[in-house]
Design a protein around this ligand. Structure first.
Ligand code: 5GP
Length: 120
């Protein structure tokens, strides 16, 4: 199976509550839950509940514009709920060269410490 073949991922099981996660925000279209291997005091993943071809950002096209906006807005809601509006980072790893490991589009929302730049 290719990394981006479109096969179901662990995130489908999280969406379906088949495996537990620590949910920070949820609505009809979007789910946000804590990363199992946090890289900062706050590290939340924001995902579409319906992947609809969005294995990675590189697969986005016009029909995804609405959900892409909803994901970014959910990232802001997460930052507000987590109390990191003074400084937070949103990251999308897209594709093997960016170290993407789960092929269901996700935004990383990171904060709660000094976030340095460039990230390396
Ligand atoms: P990527 O490298 O694809 O951008 O990020 C995937 C993220 O998913 C990683 O930060 C990893 O720790 C997280 N992750 C992988 N499996 C699970 C899981 O089963 N539960 C949770 N909460 N996070 C996961």
């Amino acid at each position: 199976v290719n990394a981006d073949s479109g096969a179901p991922t662990i995130f489908d099981k999280i969406i379906n509550k088949e495996i537990p996660s620590s949910i920070v925000y949820e609505d009809g279209k979007v789910l946000a839950f804590r990363d199992i291997n946090p890289q900062a005091p706050v590290h939340v993943l924001v995902i579409p509940k319906f992947r609809d071809g969005l294995t990675d950002l590189g697969k986005a096209d016009g029909r995804h514009e609405e959900i892409l906006g909803q994901l970014l807005h959910a990232a802001k809601i997460v930052a507000e709920k987590e109390g990191i509006l003074d400084g937070f980072r949103v990251v999308i790893n897209s594709g093997p060269s960016a170290c993407q490991s789960v092929y269901h589009l996700h935004l990383h929302v990171l904060g709660g410490r000094q976030m340095n730049w460039p990230p390396g």
